[in-house]
Design a protein around this ligand. Structure first.
Ligand code: PEP
Length: 254
């Protein structure tokens, strides 16, 4: 059985005190209310990663991640944060290629492939985000876009390295818009991605790959999404900023 992962991406939200309060609420709620199989990952801004890691690493089913890492190992790159730094602060996951990084910071697939290498070299699980814009979906080019994102971002890896990669399918038109992809739309893309991975790395690697859905996941739609055969969890933005809604999404994963 492949791993189910529910991750909360806090983006650029919360003060330090608010982040600590949210973490402790989630630790308590998940600890007392959740008996399912999912790994829960809290993904705060960099400056809170060490504190959040200290709080969650004492639990069995909650971990911490970062929202981005540098493609460089170290050096004169003012403002950047390396994968090794993230790991040294106690995190075990890192998001690579979120659509907001692609859109506002011009991150492209080949650069993201280097970031994935940096993450894996430092024993971080890379959550690699892919997804099409509304224009690409409406012009029916979304499968071509997704194929490029997957092949250019991941196909340089070995099957062994793929064991530490998670793919998050996040249609850009569904992020922060309140517009969720239908379960059928998400399942279709997840199956497409799994087939691409199978063709390149073999059936075992594809079957073991966790593919999360992201885009306006809420307590109301999580259970239906999670029931689809190729949807292995969620990357949650807005609904991850409150302990009640995030924990209710976690609880929707058996
Ligand atoms: C995200 O940013 O990864 C995301 C899925 O956001 P939201 O849940 O708010 O759509």
């Amino acid at each position: 059985m492949r791993k189910k992962i529910i991750a909360g991406n806090w983006k650029m939200h919360k003060s330090f005190d608010e982040a600590m309060a949210l973490t402790s609420e989630i630790v308590n709620m998940v600890g007392s209310e959740y008996n399912g199989s999912a790994k829960v990952v809290l993904i705060p801004p960099f400056v809170y990663v060490n504190s959040v890691s200290r709080m969650v690493n004492a639990t069995t089913n909650i971990a911490c991640g970062a929202q981005n890492c540098s493609n460089h190992a170290s050096g004169a790159y003012t403002g950047e944060v390396s994968a090794a730094m993230i790991k040294s602060c106690g995190a075990n996951y890192v998001i690579i290629g979120h659509s907001e990084r692609r859109q506002y910071f011009a991150e492209h697939n080949l650069w993201l492939a280097q970031k994935i290498d940096a993450a894996l070299a430092n024993d971080l699980v890379a959550i690699y985000c892919v997804g099409e814009t509304l224009e690409e979906r409406e012009s029916n080019t979304h499968f071509d876009v997704l194929k490029s994102q997957i092949t250019e971002g991941l196909f340089h890896l070995t099957a062994a390295k793929m064991a530490n990669v998670v793919v998050a399918y996040e249609p850009v038109w569904a992020i922060g818009t309140g517009k969720t992809a239908t379960t059928a739309q998400a399942q279709e893309v997840h199956a497409f991605i799994r087939n691409l991975i199978a063709a390149k790395f073999g059936a075992e690697t594809a079957n073991n790959l966790t593919i999360q859905y992201g885009g306006s996941v809420k307590p109301e739609n999580a259970a239906e999404l999670f029931a689809a055969p190729d949807i292995d969890g969620a990357l949650v933005g807005g609904a991850a900023l409150q302990s009640r809604s995030f924990t209710d999404i976690v609880k929707a994963m058996p």
